[in-house]
Ligand binder design. Structure first.
Ligand SMILES: Cc1cc2nc3c(=O)[nH]c(=O)nc-3n(C[C@H](O)[C@H](O)[C@H](O)COP(=O)(O)O)c2cc1C
Length: 363
């Protein structure tokens, strides 16, 4: 019997790990202990997170890196095959796959996602991204679609029909014209694995509010985070739906605030991979609306620290407080990154999780 997906479990604030499949994780730094994302690293990270009772592992979809001294992100594991491997060596944790709609056929995705759902006994999750990096898409000979989310709507429709239909079906859309389609097995989760969309801008929000259970998004300051939640709830209500919001934070958790600040300063300022940070920031600024415009100029350290995500830097108490404030803004979960996941997750889990239990956010 398949169990309830971990994202549908009782904890008010779900926690997971983001981007461990890629070199650097979310950081863009030259420090020696930076994340190399070897398979053994990923295995260890996943088993630590699984045993600690975190709810999900979420990979980044990346095909090309950002250059610089470290060739940040050039090394990254493809997310379906990564998920399949981790599904086989974990027991409880939800495992997402992150898909660039324009470069993966929905029929291929339907089969691969169902395969991971079977290997994991119903723990698979889908994270849809429409992508923002034309340099990356050029490697496929694909241009960034102006109406990427229209295509994503059809893409998801095809995938859902694959699972719903025992009989071959034809599909006639704008982007997909398919004949006699059949795809067995269906996913174990019905009608399909839990699905989120990673976006910040209006079109992505509309797509998520119509089609997904969750939006995966960023905010600049905790106190303004609730605006995005309210906006999404209103958009979903127009479709008579409910939606949850997940966000992403990079973490430096240390015994003292001074230690945490010093390390953040070192890896994300003094020893940042400045060339790669520049490439990443200028590309995102030009081609995506993932962040508020002023965020780029104000928060360069955040881009080196965690790809522009919000920093949780300090003692276990400070980080638990910040997480409590994020939860109070209405977020259902946080995807976390660390400079080195296997070195830093154990301390985080040992020290921050009990505080979140005391705060009533996790059991
Ligand atoms: C939290 C978050 C995670 C994302 N993860 C990825 C990713 O793994 N790969 C990718 O190419 N783009 C990723 N994106 C970028 C989105 O795919 C999208 O291209 C970008 O947000 C611009 O679209 P938007 O205007 O809808 O936000 C992410 C965006 C956000 C906000």
């Amino acid at each position: 019997m398949i169990k309830r997906h971990p994202l549908k479990g009782p904890n008010q604030l779900k926690l997971g790990v983001f981007s461990a499949n890629a070199d650097g994780g979310l950081a863009i730094t030259t420090v020696e202990e930076r994340w190399r994302a070897r398979w053994s690293d990923n295995q260890n990270m996943a088993q630590i997170a699984d045993r600690a009772g975190l709810e999900f592992l979420l990979p980044i979809a990346r095909w090309k890196g950002f250059g610089g001294q470290t060739k940040a992100r050039e090394w990254s594991f493809e997310t379906f095959t990564w998920a399949a491997g981790l599904a086989a060596i974990t027991e409880r944790i939800g495992i997402f796959m992150t898909v660039h709609v324009p470069v993966m056929h929905p029929l291929y995705a339907a089969k691969a996602l169902a395969t991971v759902d079977h290997i994991s006994n119903g723990r698979a999750g889908l994270n849809i991204v429409c992508g923002w990096n034309p340099v990356e898409f050029a490697m496929f000979g694909v241009s960034l679609a102006e109406k990427g989310y229209d295509q994503a709507g059809e893409w998801l429709d095809v995938l859902e029909k694959c699972y719903a239909s025992n009989e071959p079906f034809d599909y006639v859309g704008t982007y997909y014209k398919l004949k006699n389609v059949v795809s067995r097995p269906a996913s174990l989760q019905a009608p399909r694995p839990v699905t989120m969309n990673a976006a910040f801008g209006g079109p992505g929000r509309d797509f998520a509010s119509k089609h997904c259970e969750y939006l995966f998004t960023t905010f600049t300051d905790i106190d303004e985070g609730g605006q995005h939640v309210a906006d999404m709830k209103a958009r979903a209500a127009e479709h008579k739906r409910e939606i949850g919001l997940y966000t992403v934070c990079h973490v430096v958790c240390r015994e003292t605030q001074a230690e945490a600040d010093a390390y953040y300063e070192r890896y994300a300022l003094a020893e940042a991979d400045h060339g790669a940070v520049e490439t990443h920031m200028s590309g995102k600024k030009e081609f995506s609306s993932s962040h508020d415009t002023e965020a780029y100029d104000r928060y360069r350290q955040r881009f080196a620290g965690g790809a522009g995500s919000y920093p949780l830097v300090g003692t276990p108490e400070k980080i638990a407080d910040d997480m409590t404030r994020i939860s109070k803004q209405g977020y259902s979960g946080i995807a976390l990154s660390f400079v080195n996941y296997t070195y830093e997750l154990p301390f985080f889990c040992d020290r921050v999780l009990p505080l979140l239990r005391q705060a009533g956010l996790r059991s």
